[in-house]
Design a protein around this ligand. Structure first.
Ligand SMILES: Cc1cc2nc3c(=O)[nH]c(=O)nc-3n(C[C@H](O)[C@H](O)[C@H](O)COP(=O)(O)OP(=O)(O)OC[C@H]3O[C@@H](n4cnc5c(N)ncnc54)[C@H](O)[C@@H]3O)c2cc1C
Length: 345
């Protein structure tokens, strides 16, 4: 098989890059071994405001400009809904926070999202003595469904190889690479935390952070917006909610833990006071980088090898824009911004 690209990994980064290749009529094959699942377990939220400090997410406007049409195009292609618009209500911890909300909502970058008003808590199952602030123009991508559909589509086209990619088996030949029975001009690694096993790029400083999530059934809660407080509570329909997420910098496994569940349930008890049942518990590793910026670029010695990684805690918003940047860099030599180019390391 001769292709323009091999993609390793089909999380959000791999899907975004594959879509770019499709759009530009480049041929490719994808290797995926299910060793990581960050994209599949993710809450899938997109929200351009950091809700701890009420500040804008880095480059959020540009990211969303690319991301929203990207998911729309996929919805059209698969004739399925992935993007669910959903407002976010942030529970205030104090009168000072209420004040800070008003100050922030006046800023140009945040005006379109932060509603300059205090919303009274009228749901007796929610604990919010200082009431709530509302964010709008936010939403959730059903990444799990998108990922399942994308895999099925590649499988049908026979361009998904469901096995571990072995970096040691790459043979370099002039401007091409041979990998098993594939000859390709480029390999783009979209491996998430799998980067640690990549002998060409594992010098890059990933500071991965594990996250755990619960799914609960809470029929009395009756909420159709996302609540953000000590945890987030995301309605999935049918009285089901996702509750998350933990941040653990030491555990490198993707299995859910008793400790993670206890932490989430403890925090949840400060947000809601109705009955619920835990029906699912998942975990994944976020591919975060020390300076909280993505990893995009080409290997300094092996120019056939490139990387799209470091999407951190916001893969939904950032993946399409970074895929575009990497493609333009590889194909047209368009310079990468030093903030996310791997040349900064
Ligand atoms: C609990 C949790 C909640 C989150 N919530 C949100 C959220 O609400 N909004 C948001 O935007 N982001 C969220 N994130 C972050 C988001 O999930 C990540 O930014 C994003 O998924 C990273 O995508 P990726 O494609 O880089 O990595 P991954 O999703 O990890 O994909 C990498 C893929 O590469 C494959 N792979 C790796 N090595 C190999 C190999 N050698 N051979 C073959 N295949 C390989 C893996 O199996 C995997 O499928 C959350 C993450 C977690 C863990």
């Amino acid at each position: 098989m001769t292709v323009d690209y091999i993609i390793v990994g089909l999380g959000l980064a791999g899907i975004a890059f594959a879509e770019k290749l499709k759009e530009q009529q480049r041929s490719f094959v994808v290797f995926e071994d299910n060793s990581q699942n960050s994209s599949v377990v993710a809450g899938g939220m997109y929200n351009p405001v950091i809700l701890k400090r009420f500040t804008p997410v880095w480059n959020a406007g540009e990211q969303l400009k690319k991301a929203l049409p990207f998911y729309k195009k996929l919805e059209k292609y698969f004739d399925k809904k992935y993007n669910y618009r959903i407002d976010i209500y942030r529970i205030f911890k104090s009168a000072e926070e209420q004040n800070n909300w008003f100050l922030a909502s006046d800023k140009l970058l945040l005006q379109d999202y932060m509603v300059p008003k205090i919303f009274k808590n009228e749901n007796r199952n929610i604990i919010a003595p200082f009431d709530l602030g509302k964010l709008t123009n936010t939403g959730r991508i059903d990444v799990k469904s998108l990922s399942d559909d994308y895999r099925a589509y590649l499988r049908k086209d026979k361009i998904l190889v469901e096995e571990k990619f072995d970096h040691k088996k790459i043979e370099f030949e002039n401007r091409k690479v041979n990998y098993k029975n594939v000859i390709s001009k480029n390999i783009v690694f979209c491996e998430g935390f799998g980067l640690k096993e990549n002998i060409f790029f594992n010098y890059l400083p990933m500071r991965e952070v594990k996250g755990e999530l619960l799914t609960i059934h809470a029929p009395e809660l009756q909420v159709n917006y996302l609540i953000k407080s000590a945890v987030f509570l995301l309605p999935l329909g049918n009285d089901m909610y996702k509750v998350g997420a933990t941040f653990n910098w030491t555990d490198k496994t993707k299995s859910p833990t008793e400790e993670g569940r206890r932490e989430l349930e403890f925090k949840l008890s400060s947000v809601i006071n109705c009955r619920y049942e835990v029906v699912d518990h998942t975990a994944g590793i976020r591919p975060t980088i020390k300076d909280r910026r993505p990893l995009v670029g080409t290997h300094p010695k092996y120019r056939q090898l490139s990387i799209l990684n470091g999407l951190g805690t916001r893969g939904v918003m950032i993946a399409p824009l970074m895929a575009e940047n990497l493609f333009q860099y590889i194909e047209n030599g368009k310079q990468l911004d030093n903030e996310f180019s791997i040349d900064r390391f």
